[in-house]
Design a protein around this ligand. Structure first.
Ligand code: BEZ
Length: 210
C-alpha cells in the first residue's frame, strides 16, 4: 500500500553495511532521509552515495541521518563501498540496507513494476523525529537526485514546525517567509513585531529575526 504524508514510517529490521538496523530504534530522535537506489555498481548511484557521504556534516547540523537501500546483497554493498571512496573521494559513512528479500522495499513501495519489476526506483522519504513521513519523492533510475534540495526541505520543515510561516518558491534558509493564512493580522502583530510586507491579504512576506 502506498505511504502518504503524515503516515507513521513503518518499522523494520534489516541488515546493512553498519550491522543489523532496527529502524525506529536506529532513527532515535533524529530526522531521517531514507532513500532507495536501483542497483550496486551502477554509475549514477555511485555519485549519489558519494555525495550523501560528503554532505554528512550538513545532515548532522540538522539533527538528520541518512540511510540508503538497494535490493543487492551485503557483500556487494561492501565491495562497492571501495569504488565509491575511490571515484567520489568520500567513503560510505552511513548505513546501506541490503534488502535482498525486498522486505523494506515492499513495505515502502519502492518497486514500481511498470518501471522495472525487480529493481527499486529512486525513492526518498523524509521522516521526522515522531516517525511521521513528511516528504516523499520518486525519481526515475536515470536521474541522479539533488540532495541539496532534500536538505532545503528539511530546513523548511524544521522552520515551519516551529513558527507560523510557510516558505515560498525556491526558498533557502535566511530568505523571507510567508505568514500562514490562518494567522490573522492581529495575531501577526504579536508574532511578527518586526512587521511584514502585505502584497495581498493572503500573501504577507516576513523577514524572520535571526
Ligand atoms: C545508475 O545508477 O547509474 C543507474 C541505475 C539503473 C538504471 C540506470 C542507471
Amino acid at each position: 500500500m502506498a505511504l502518504h504524508l503524515g503516515d507513521t514510517a513503518p518499522d523494520f529490521t534489516q541488515e546493512s553495511t553498519e550491522g543489523t538496523i532496527h529502524f525506529h530504534e536506529w532513527a532515535g530522535d533524529n530526522w531521517v532521509v531514507l532513500f532507495s537506489h536501483p542497483k550496486d555498481f551502477t554509475p549514477v548511484c555511485t555519485t549519489e552515495l558519494g555525495e550523501v557521504s560528503r554532505l554528512k556534516p550538513e545532515f548532522e547540523k540538522r539533527n538528520a541521518k541518512a540511510i540508503g537501500l538497494s535490493v543487492d546483497p551485503l557483500e556487494d554493498h561492501k565491495a562497492w563501498a571501495g569504488d565509491i571512496q575511490e571515484t567520489q573521494g568520500h567513503g560510505l559513512n552511513f548505513p546501506l540496507l541490503a534488502d535482498s528479500d525486498r522486505k523494506v522495499s515492499t513495505l515502502y513501495d519502492m518497486i514500481h513494476p511498470n518501471a522495472n519489476d525487480t529493481l527499486t526506483v529512486r525513492s526518498v522519504f523524509i521522516i521526522d523525529p515522531n516517525k511521521k513521513i513528511r516528504l516523499t519523492i520518486t525519481y526515475p533510475a536515470s536521474t541522479g537526485r539533488n540532495f541539496s534540495e532534500i536538505l532545503r526541505v528539511i530546513d523548511s520543515l524544521q522552520l515551519t514546525d516551529d513558527q507560523k510561516v510557510a516558505t515560498p518558491v525556491n526558498w533557502n534558509e535566511g530568505d523571507d517567509c510567508i505568514i500562514v493564512p490562518s494567522v490573522s493580522n492581529e495575531q501577526a502583530k504579536e508574532l511578527f513585531p518586526q512587521g511584514w510586507d502585505e502584497k495581498k491579504p493572503y500573501l504577507r512576506m516576513v523577514k524572520l529575526d535571526k
